[in-house]
Structures are given as C-alpha cells and as structure tokens.
Design a protein around this ligand. Structure first.
Ligand code: IPM
Ligand code: MN
Length: 337
C-alpha cells in the first residue's frame, strides 16, 4: 500500500461536516486503488482565530507544507478569517487555481439557462491565485488632497507570474479541447497589457493550442450567451474570482464546484468553491488527480458522484449525500493490485 499524507483543514461552519464526508470517500476510493492516507487535522480560519489569535497558525502552515496535499473545508464568515485563506494560498505558493465548471447531464434542468444553452458545457477557469490586486502593494487607507478618506489597491503582475500561470493554462488546454482564451482588460490596464504580451509570446511553444484573447466585460457576456464556446480560460486573480462564480451558475449550483490550487512544487490545496458535500467530494477527486497523480482513484470518486445523481438521489442533507456516494464507491470493483 502506498501511503500519502493529507493535511486536513476543516475550517469553520459547515466545513468539518463536509470534510468528514470527503475523508471517508477518499479512504474508501484509496483503499480500492492501494493507497493509504494519513490525515492530520489542523485549525484554520475563525476557529484558529479563537484558538490561537491568528487565522493561519504557523503550525498549520508547517503541517500543510510538509504534507503531500492539503484538503480545506470552509473558512469562516468574517473579514479577518479570509486573510487566513489568502495567507494559506500565498504560504503554499499555489499560484494556479483550476476551477472546472461542467453541466452534468443529470442536472441540466437545474440550470437557469435554457437547456440548449447549458447542456454540454464543459469549461475550466485557470485563475491566477497569489498575485494581482489581492496582494499588490501599495495598498491601504489614506487621505486624498481634500482630506477625504481613500482606500487603494494595486493590480500588479511581474513577467514570471504571468509566464508560470500561462504555462499551466496552455498545458491544461492541451489536455482538454486545445482552446485557450486569455481574459484581460488590456484596453485599460497596464498589468493586462503585459499579461496579453507574455501570453501571446508563449503561444508559439504550444502549436496544438488555439489561443484567443477577450476583454473581461466581453467574457462575462459570452459566458452566459454561449458558454459552450469556452474550453480553457486563463485570467488574473480578481477576474478569475468573478468569472468562476459566473461559470458556476451555468451549472446552477456554486455548491457543486470543486477547485484545485497548485504551485511549481510542494503540496496542492484542494477546496470546494463553496462548501457543499458534492463539491468537497469532487475536490477530493481533484486532490487525487492533480495533487497525487492518482487518476484512477479520482475517477472512482467522480463516477460515484455521477452514479449517485443517476439514481435520482437529491438531498440537502450532507450526511445522507455522503452515505450515498460512499455506497456508490463501495459497489465498485477493487483494482487488481
Ligand atoms: C474564492 C473566495 C475568496 C477569493 C475570498 C473568500 C477571499 O471568494 O475562493 O473565490 O476571493 O479568492
Ligand atoms: Mn470567489
């Protein structure tokens, strides 16, 4: 049995509940593929704040860094808790956030878009996660010349930050349908002009990928007008935050969406976009595929989710949904190891 260490950060609110479901599913799918997990639970977010006075304790970051992958539940509802999440992303140097949005045939009627617009949508937003306006300096509060209070942030990207996210995006597109759309605001922002220049320059290294560019306002329209045209979208931190939420609504439920955040090396961070049992279970599948290179075990979980939905089973109850997915994994045949 191969043994893998997973730092588990349940976080706040619904986090611990959805995480316990995801752990059970991981254990079972792993055991069918000869993988054994060592889970280490650590506090983050509001609960860490209560316990230690900071949203991301050093100990938590250390355990996370030393693990093979990090599974995160949900981070609390307060402004200061969110800094824990941002510090975690930054501390783990997970600059590439993969957010898939696909309309499952079982849920096509749940979309608020017309069936013919929603069905068959299968796209991936590759969001830059550790730079841009979220982290740019200078930032803060000050006063303008009239003595009025101002708040300010800086959108800044260095070439190395653009190049490394673009590389992941091209590689992602290669593994998908070979179409990459880079989204920016290069008609206004210098950081976007540089973004477009670097992404364009990289295209010659990926002759099998068809690269296009779109301004973010147009991209926001196209996503609801004709989402099927999108395959892989690469964009900066804030545009990716917004567009991935928009993309998730095509699939109707933001709760369905998993996400994977990866860096150059070191463990990846896997979290549901909004904590929900299926999104967390699907994040566990992404952990297996992108974090541990265990595609077969990942497939088992994804298949189990589809099988569960196929049975027509729908519930808001986390425990019940978890039980159903577990049953679906249980019914799978073990791999011949
Ligand atoms: C997300 C969230 C976070 C973000 C917040 C909670 C800081 O909206 O993961 O999309 O903006 O990145
Ligand atoms: Mn968001």
């Amino acid at each position: 049995m191969a043994s893998r260490s997973v730092a588990v950060l349940p976080g706040d609110g619904i986090g611990p509940e959805v995480i316990s479901v995801a752990k059970n599913v991981l254990k079972l799918a792993g055991s069918l593929e000869g993988i054994e997990f060592g889970f280490q639970e650590m506090p983050v977010g509001g609960c860490a704040l209560d316990l230690t006075g900071v949203p991301l304790p050093e100990e938590t970051l250390l355990v996370a860094k030393q693990s093979d992958a990090v599974l995160l539940g949900a981070i609390g509802g307060y402004k200061w808790d969110k800094t824990g999440l941002l510090q975690l992303r930054s501390g783990l140097k997970v600059f590439a956030n993969l957010r898939p949005a696909s309309v499952l045939p079982q849920l096509v009627d749940a979309s608020t878009l017309k069936k013919e617009v929603a069905e068959g949508v299968d796209l991936m937003v590759v969001r830059e996660l550790t730079g841009g306006i979220y982290f740019g300096k200078p930032r803060g509060f000050s006063q303008n010349e009239n003595g009025e209070e101002i708040g300010f942030n800086t959108e800044v990207y260095a070439t190395y930050e653009i190049d490394r996210i673009a590389r992941i995006a091209f590689e992602t597109a290669q593994k998908r349908r070979g179409k990459l759309c880079s989204v920016d605001k290069a008609n206004v922002l210098e950081a976007s002009m540089l973004w477009r220049k670097r992404v364009t320059a990289m295209a010659s290294g990926y002759p099998d990928v068809e690269l296009s560019h779109m301004y973010v306002d147009d991209a926001a329209m196209q996503l609801v007008r004709n989402p099927k045209q999108s395959d892989t979208i690469v964009t900066n931190n804030i545009f990716g935050d917004i567009l991935s939420d928009e993309a998730s609504m095509i699939t109707r439920s933001i709760g369905m969406l998993p996400s994977a955040s990866i860096g150059e090396s070191g463990p990846g961070l896997f979290e549901p976009i909004h904590a929900n049992p299926l999104a967390t279970v699907l994040s566990a599948a992404m952990l297996l595929r992108y974090g541990l290179g265990e595609g077969n075990a990942a497939k088992r979980i994804e298949t189990a989710v589809l099988d569960t939905l196929d049975t027509g089973f729908r519930t808001g109850d986390i425990y019940e949904m978890g039980e159903e997915v577990l049953k679906a994994v249980e019914s799978q045949i073990p791999a011949a190891v």
